[in-house]
Every structure is written in structure tokens, then in C-alpha cells.
Design a protein around this ligand. Structure first.
Ligand SMILES: [Zn+2]
Length: 332
């Protein structure tokens, strides 16, 4: 009897190990983004994020995409923020749930839950979204859940469950507001470490002009990739000094302190851009619709167009592969 009980305990422990192994994903190698759909089927969907924002094709709708209404973003929260290294990114938990967005075509009120970052090992990459093929060195996501669902986890898999605000970074002046986060990186170098930090008014972390933005419907950019996100990507960038970005690149590790060996830094924690398929990209202002033939950005237009063309053909092949599956379903 004792032996049977012992076997049951071992079996249950084995199940835990196996099921947690199924939850592991990374940005590189055999558990990288190209393989996510094997363990997380939603990652292979046709409404995935991030995407390349092709400004030539946007639909401008100034009436629908009115300025967003930000409530509580200018206040210092009564509760501390929770700064955490989760092994994939640096994440800041907003604990008092008093910051909300509405308007701007969102169709509901969304409550701010957390914000986090995606960054590259070098300045030429790091952002998840790209603008006409051009990537930025870092991107911040402020994640909100739909108030009507009560909390983040209940909203996660609902079609109108989440609203994420995306901001691109550019190398520039030293950013005193972000330094209030970066100065604590020494306490969260390793996976699962967290520390409470003084709250910062969110408005200080965002660009001054928030009326110009792109809008599309998509997904979480990490597994399980639920297609539950209304995306808003702002046109104005946030400035950060090279040495501040360097702190993200060199002091945050993806491994646990106890794992020993050489620490692996988290740089390049971004998912490649996904196919647009039948989705449309909207913009809140006519200045956001422009053709790369008359570029606003200079310098790497050639590279951008090349990568955009490559993505277009990859998506065509993907669609071609999907067609037989769809016809089979219809036949059944
Ligand atoms: Zn993100």
C-alpha cells in the first residue's frame, strides 16, 4: 500500500514536471518563436502581433480615432509598483488599478495592469513592431484589461479583453524618469527576482503628444498568443540615453540565480513581425499616412523595403500552406 502511495506521488510529481516543461518558451533556439505554435496553437493564428506598420496602406479615421482619454495617469499612486524580472523581460506591476483609458475608438474602459519592455542587443533592433520595416532599439507596452471583465486573467482570452499601448524608443537624451526604474536593476538581475519601487506618474514615462497613433487588432506577442488585443502604437518616440539602454542589455539575465554557470542576458526579447492577412491598419491623423517613395525617415529605407518584401512573400507562402487545411475543413 505504501509502495502504491509512493508510486502515485512520483507519478504526480512527474506530471507537474512534464506540464511545466510544456510552458517553457524562449526567444532563441528550439523553443523560439518559430516553434511556439507547437505548444501554443494560438501563436499560429491569422491575427497575430507584432506587425510591420505599413504607412502607405493605412486608413485614416480622425472621427473614430479621437484622442484617448487618460484617467489617473498624472497621479502618484498610493501603492508601490512591483518591478520584476520574469525571465523574459523587465515588468512593472501597477498595483492600485486606478489608471484607466477610454475613448479613441476603444469602445470600453480599460484598466492599466502592467508595463514591460522589448529591447535589442544593438540599436538597429529591439522593438517588436516596425515602421515601414524600420525597427527601433526598444519598445514599451502598457497592458490594460477591459474593466467589464473585472481583472487581467479573466480578460486575457476575450476578443475585446485587452488594450495595449505601444511606444518606440530612440537614442537621445538621458531620461530621468526611466532612471527611477533602471536604478533598481541591481535588485532584479535574475529571473523571478522582484522589488517594490516608488510609483511614478505614468504620464512622465510617455511622450508629450499622444494624439497621433496607429490602431489594429492583434494578439499577445508572447505565448499563449491569445488574439485578444486592441493595439495602439504611438507615432511619437521616447528618448533614452545609450548608457541607459545598455543597462537593460547587460544587467538583466534570463536565468535563475541558483542555476549557476554563465548568466545569459535578455537582449533581443522580441517576436518577429507577423503576417497582416486580411486585417487593416488605421491611423488617427493624415500625417501618419505616407509613402516610402517620399520618405519621412531617411537612412535605411532600402533595407526596410527589402525586409518588407521578404515578409510579404513569407506571408503568401504561409497562406498557400493554409489553403489546403481550410478546404479540408470545408470538405469535412
Ligand atoms: Zn510586450
Amino acid at each position: 500500500m505504501a509502495l502504491l502511495r509512493q508510486l502515485c506521488i512520483i507519478a504526480s510529481q512527474l506530471t507537474v514536471v512534464l506540464s511545466s516543461a510544456g510552458n517553457i518558451w524562449t526567444y532563441k533556439g528550439s523553443l523560439g518563436p518559430e516553434h511556439w505554435h507547437l505548444d501554443y496553437p494560438h501563436c499560429g493564428g491569422i491575427r497575430q502581433s507584432p506587425i510591420d506598420l505599413q504607412t502607405r496602406d493605412v486608413i485614416v479615421d480622425q472621427t473614430y480615432l479621437s484622442p484617448l482619454y487618460f484617467s489617473g495617469y498624472d497621479r502618484v499612486s498610493n501603492l508601490d509598483y512591483t518591478l520584476e524580472n520574469n525571465g523574459h523581460t523587465v515588468q512593472v506591476g501597477l498595483n492600485d488599478k486606478t489608471m484607466m483609458i477610454s475613448g479613441g475608438g476603444l469602445g470600453a474602459t480599460f484598466v492599466a495592469e502592467q508595463f514591460h519592455f522589448h529591447w535589442g542587443a544593438v540599436d538597429e533592433r529591439g522593438s517588436e513592431h516596425s515602421l515601414n520595416g524600420r525597427h527601433f532599439p526598444m519598445e514599451m507596452h502598457i497592458v490594460h484589461y477591459n474593466k467589464k471583465y473585472g481583472n487581467f486573467s479573466s480578460s486575457l482570452n476575450k476578443t475585446d479583453g485587452l488594450a495595449v499601448l505601444g511606444f518606440f524608443f530612440e537614442i537621445g537624451r538621458f531620461n530621468v524618469h526611466f532612471e527611477e526604474i533602471i536604478e533598481h536593476f541591481g535588485d532584479i538581475q535574475f529571473k523571478n527576482q522582484q522589488v517594490n519601487i516608488k510609483s511614478i506618474p505614468m504620464i512622465d514615462l510617455m511622450p508629450a503628444r499622444l494624439t497621433n497613433y496607429y490602431r489594429y487588432v492583434g494578439s499577445l506577442t508572447t505565448p499563449p498568443c491569445y488574439e485578444s488585443v486592441i493595439w495602439t502604437i504611438f507615432n511619437e518616440t521616447i528618448e533614452i540615453a545609450e548608457e541607459q539602454l545598455e543597462e537593460f542589455r547587460t544587467t538583466i539575465f534570463e536565468n535563475d540565480r541558483s542555476e549557476g554557470g554563465v548568466s545569459i542576458d535578455i537582449s533581443d526579447d522580441y517576436r518577429p513581425v507577423q503576417c497582416m492577412f486580411r486585417r487593416r491598419l488605421y491611423a488617427s491623423h493624415p500625417s501618419l499616412k505616407f509613402d516610402m517613395a517620399t520618405p519621412r525617415e531617411t537612412g535605411n529605407g532600402g533595407v526596410s523595403n527589402q525586409s518588407s518584401r521578404l515578409l510579404f512573400f513569407t506571408c503568401l507562402i504561409f497562406l498557400r500552406l493554409l489553403l489546403p487545411i481550410f478546404s479540408l475543413k470545408i470538405a469535412l
